[in-house]
Design a protein around this ligand. Structure first.
Ligand code: ADP
Ligand code: ZN
Length: 613
């Protein structure tokens, strides 16, 4: 039965949004702003920022204005609110004149509680005067980092907000963002004139996300292995170049997986259309460059795969952060190749500004340390943001129990023999040919391949030719990269990425000193037991999968009929909760997280019918 308290925030939370508890800091932020004060909210993606202004809007007499730079998302946000029985509207350049007029009429009649406005609209002549005739009570500035030219998403129109503050000094402002360095934070405070605002900074840990790094050897096969764990679930694959997104999307489509590419080279119409396909679950995978970013607020993205190495940890965190906003277990997989590191180094070397170059280089090194490290991924990520990871008991912890390094720590083996063979092969090629070759060619020699280059250069006459047939080329390459990261080998980027032995490598070659290397981890799939242990750690619940599937089918039907994305009907989390409890009455449905009054009356009977069928 529904737990009714006297606390009006909790009551309204359940009534309109169907939730019974707040996410960290949501309540504190709401109480602060309801007391008429400014506030700055730094919550990670998926932290539930929207609710921080949507719920208090229902407690206010007057109008709540929401400034958002993401025109494409306003409609979705408003549709979702209307589904929850909240009267909301938006005004931006995408709206026809007639719809605009209708919205204004409703505003004048005081029928709208929440108005989404693009910053461009705010700049229109006379807008402030018009706002002054409405009972404006509160302003929420979403994606507040856009106001700062230090941030990566600077929007000059956001500067209009300063004038808004000056014109309406008594109206409190809530600035929200998922990304703010000290500098950006300072800018927000200053530009919005909110020096007295309290700062609410949530933990950047995303407890429902799992992190995994695997050496990229056969990328398409590895991607398919990850996808096999996500049947009927949507996800994003990030690539470094536009061409790569096209190629991967085409390859996936050929294999019967619905995928589209997304990058800045497309027209804005194409981009909107593809994003819509993604939001509406018409495609399973979006293969994208980082152009697919801030506007992605689909809550049920179940996996994010990085095909290429991101240029820094901050980007990695933001991009993986798009998975699992709804709080359900979701997975982040990075396909790592040291070749990417070389490519990124080249980009960096071409930067002309020495300071910028130094910063980028340091960031890349940190990213590489993360990718190659054997420490818990979550601990490492959070440390980067200056945070100490805290386990479920609230004490500092060194393992999360759900990332690859925690679940399958790689054992070290005695690789002296392997190192000797590889390094001496490098040396012999040099002696025979007078030039060096790449890692792959060395692996070819060791495995006794008969390709054209080997014949032309007579590398099949070397004593190491075929001396490593006991392992595959992929395995040899893996160990070669380990030798590089241990400093025994170097890949020379100035000279076509040829492999060269370092002084340390020569030393061990001579002394035959013991070399220990980590065993390769070449499969992308996790064993069934490991996966189930992981899911438990990430907070998965037990539910009847057949019922869940039936509910999903029903949901798709309703969503199509109404022309809105499926997640707006009920989230996956809510469907799973239903499938786990199998309620038999409206009364028991009401207790489930995500089912508010409006949704109960709209869909309650239908859900019970599905359960009884
Ligand atoms: P953000 O903008 O911070 O990334 P959103 O506002 O989009 O996050 O919220 C992410 C998801 O979390 C949404 O699907 C939202 O419905 C859900 N959510 C927000 N607050 C709660 C809560 N208190 N309980 C359960 N789910 C919540
Ligand atoms: Zn871990």
């Amino acid at each position: 039965m529904l737990f009714r308290t006297k606390d009006p925030l909790t009551t309204k939370l359940k009534e309109h949004f169907g939730f019974s508890t707040f996410r960290p800091l949501q309540r504190e932020i709401m109480e602060e702003t309801l007391a008429g004060k400014d506030a700055l909210a730094l919550l990670p993606t998926g932290g539930g920022k929207s609710l921080c202004y949507q719920l208090p809007a229902l407690m206010r007499e007057g109008l709540t204005l929401v400034i958002s730079p993401l025109i494409a998302l306003m409609k979705d946000q408003v549709d979702a609110l209307v589904e929850n029985g909240v009267s909301a509207a938006y005004l931006n350049s995408s709206l026809s004149e007639n719809s605009s007029k209708e919205t204004w009429r409703r505003l004048y009649r005081g029928e709208i509680k929440i108005l989404y406005l693009s910053p461009e609209r705010l700049l229109l002549q006379g807008m402030f005067d018009t706002l002054a005739t409405l009972s404006l009570e509160f302003v929420a500035v979403d994606e507040a980092h856009c106001i700062s030219s230090w941030g990566h998403d600077f929007r000059p129109e956001y500067r209009a907000l300063r004038a808004l503050r000056e014109r309406f000094p008594a109206v409190p402002i809530l600035a929200l963002t998922a990304s703010a360095t000290e500098r950006v934070r300072g800018d927000i405070i200053e530009m919005l004139g909110m020096q007295a605002a309290r700062h609410f900074v949530a933990s950047f840990n995303r407890p429902n996300l799992s992190y995994r790094v695997i050496p990229r050897v056969t990328p398409m096969k590895q991607i398919l292995e990850v996808l096999a764990d996500h049947k009927d679930e949507t996800g994003i694959i990030y690539c470094l170049s536009r061409a790569k997104t096209e190629a991967v999307a085409a390859d996936l489509s050929k294999r019967g997986i619905k995928a589209e590419a997304y990058h800045a080279g497309l027209t804005s119409q194409q981009r909107d259309q593809r994003q819509e396909l993604f939001t509406r679950d018409e495609i399973q995978v979006m293969v994208a460059t980082i152009a697919f970013g801030m506007g992605v607020d689909k809550p049920d993205v179940r996996f994010v795969i990085h095909h290429d190495l991101p240029k820094n940890i901050e980007s990695y965190y933001q991009e993986t952060g798009r998975a699992g906003r709804d709080g359900l277990p979701s997975e982040c997989v990075l396909l790592y190749s040291s070749a990417d590191a070389a490519k990124l180094r080249n980009f960096i070397d071409q930067l002309t500004d020495p300071v910028e170059r130094a910063v980028a280089s340091k960031q890349l090194t940190t990213m590489l340390n993360f990718a190659e490290g054997s420490e818990c991924r979550r601990v490492a990520l959070l440390r980067y943001f200056g945070e100490t990871y805290q386990g479920t008991d609230g004490a500092a912890a060194e393992t999360c129990g759900s990332c690859d390094n925690c679940l399958t720590p790689r054992t070290e083996i005695d690789a002296t023999e392997i190192a000797q063979k590889f390094l001496s092969c490098v040396l012999r090629v040099q002696k025979l040919s007078g030039f060096s070759v790449g890692l792959a060619h060395i692996a070819d020699i060791l495995t006794g391949a008969g390709n054209e280059k080997i014949k032309r250069w007579q590398h099949d006459t070397l004593s190491t030719y075929g001396a490593g047939r006991g392992m595959s080329k992929v395995q040899w390459l893996y160990y070669a990269r380990e030798l590089v990261s241990k400093g025994f080998l170097r890949v020379n980027q100035e000279r076509f990425n040829v492999a060269e032995i370092t002084p340390a490598g020569l030393e061990i070659l001579k002394t035959r000193e013991t070399v220990r290397l980590r065993e390769p981890l070449l499969t992308s799939g996790l064993s069934a037991e490991t996966r189930s242990a992981q899911r438990k750690k990430l907070g998965a619940i037990e539910f009847d999968t057949d019922i869940f599937e039936k509910l999903r089918v029903w949901r798709v039907g309703v969503a199509r009929e109404k022309g809105i994305p499926a997640y707006m009907i009920f989230s996956d989390a809510t469907l799973q909760a239903i499938a786990s409890r199998n309620p038999s009455s409206l009364r028991s449905l009401e207790g489930i997280n995500g089912i508010g009054e409006k949704k109960l009356s709209l869909y309650g009977e239908q859900v019970l019918d599905v359960l009884n069928a």
